[in-house]
Design a protein around this ligand. Structure first.
Ligand SMILES: [Zn+2]
Ligand SMILES: [Zn+2]
Length: 383
């Protein structure tokens, strides 16, 4: 590529040696100009990508909370715009990585016709090939001993990490020695990949425990609650012993009892500095405040619920939660964000949650949410 017009200078050069030196210098300066031009062009594309991401919504024809919820009229108009501009999508050196910090991979894939993980992750990579965000990692959760082996299977994949524990709705299977030893053995087997104990906690909303009478009733029987509390306490102690973060599931029956019992147990048994992820937060604002104030290393996980038309209470909690206390998660296969409600929730849906968090908080951009939540995940889980 001829860049310089230096014929007048060239005309004054007589000897072959002078001509050689001159042409060498010309080539070098042409190369410098080329490199500089390319650098500027890249920076422009990157800046455009940021701006477009900030302004864009994510392709969908369905309504979002801003357009469907009359009480959310203060949200920015960006929520109703469409797809990221193609001109900015091919910039591979400027991507926002995100982590789905809570998913149940074995259940997700079962619901997707038993798809193999390798195929599923390929489809995600393909889906995101031209996006400005990309799935970095997934924390998949083992909820009961009989499922742990299935969850272990996914730890062979580079981007997958695991948390193991006993969900409150599985509290009856807790066996003092066998369960604790099983968790300790997993930690020994996967010192790098096992990132937390959980999910554990209290669920008074629904009890599916087949060993408890009235298991299908909407409100958990009291004897089940005691077992849940005991199993929660045991797992808190184990998380402390193993030096692992704790994944907490807390779901109230509407009477405030699960929230207050949860706080009591956590205050009694957790270290003040315990790293805690209260996942799929759907509780009251006062519960959120108490948790955040009591435990400086606690973060709240928000799922697709904050995108639901009737998720106004969760959006209120998002508003009051500082950006450095928020984690992004799907809780897949449950809680698919708008516009995928009714479908299987999958980790690639996290950006739709990030988008709504940015809209709700108003003073932050989508890229702030991606960046901050990515950092929060590193701080809490080391992922
Ligand atoms: Zn849960
Ligand atoms: Zn879960």
């Amino acid at each position: 590529m001829r860049v310089l017009s230096t014929f007048s200078v060239r005309a004054q050069i007589k000897s072959p040696r002078e001509r050689f030196i001159f042409s060498l210098m010309s080539s070098l300066s042409a190369l410098r100009i080329l490199l500089r031009t390319e650098h500027v062009a890249r920076r422009r594309v990157a800046t455009r990508a940021r701006t477009t991401l900030q302004k864009s919504a994510f392709s969908s024809s369905s309504s979002t909370p801003s357009s469907s919820s009359s009480s959310s009229s203060e949200k920015s108009s960006s929520m109703t715009s469409n797809a990221i501009s193609p001109s900015t999508e091919k910039n591979n050196d400027f991507r926002y990585g995100y982590v789905d910090t809570h998913a149940h991979l074995e259940m997700i894939l079962e619901k997707l016709d038993n798809m193999k993980y390798e195929h599923w992750i390929d489809s995600v990579r393909e889906k995101e090939r031209e996006k400005v965000y990309a799935l970095d990692s997934i924390l998949t959760i083992g909820c009961k001993p009989e499922n742990w082996a299935k969850v272990e299977h996914f730890l062979q994949f580079e981007e997958v990490y695991g948390a193991f524990g006993v969900h409150p709705l599985n509290a009856s299977v807790w066996d003092e020695n066998a369960t604790k030893n099983g968790l300790k053995a997993l930690r020994e087997k996967y010192p790098e990949k096992m990132k937390a104990i959980g999910e554990c906690g209290l669920d008074y909303f629904v009890c599916q425990d087949p060993n408890v009478e009235n298991a299908k009733e909407w409100v958990c029987p009291l004897d089940c609650r005691e077992q849940q509390q005991f199993v929660f306490k045991e797992q808190i102690l184990l998380a402390k012993e193993l030096g692992l973060p704790l994944v907490v599931h807390a779901r109230d029956a509407g009477d405030g009892e699960a929230e207050s019992d949860c706080l009591d147990i956590m205050r009694k048994y957790c270290d003040a500095q315990q790293k805690i992820h209260v996942h799929c937060f759907t509780g009251t604002t006062s519960f959120a405040r108490e948790l955040l104030e009591s435990f400086p290393n606690l973060k709240l996980g928000f799922t697709g619920v904050c995108t639901f038309k009737n998720g106004e209470n969760v959006r209120e909690v998002v508003k009051l939660t500082d950006m450095d206390r928020i984690l992004l998660e799907t809780d897949g296969p449950f809680m698919s964000p708008t516009p995928f409600r009714g479908k299987v929730a999958e980790p690639w849906m996290v950006p739709y949650i990030a988008k709504v968090i940015a809209e709700v908080k108003r003073d932050v951009t989508v890229e702030d949410v991606f960046e901050k939540c990515r950092e929060n995940t590193r701080v809490l889980y080391g992922i």
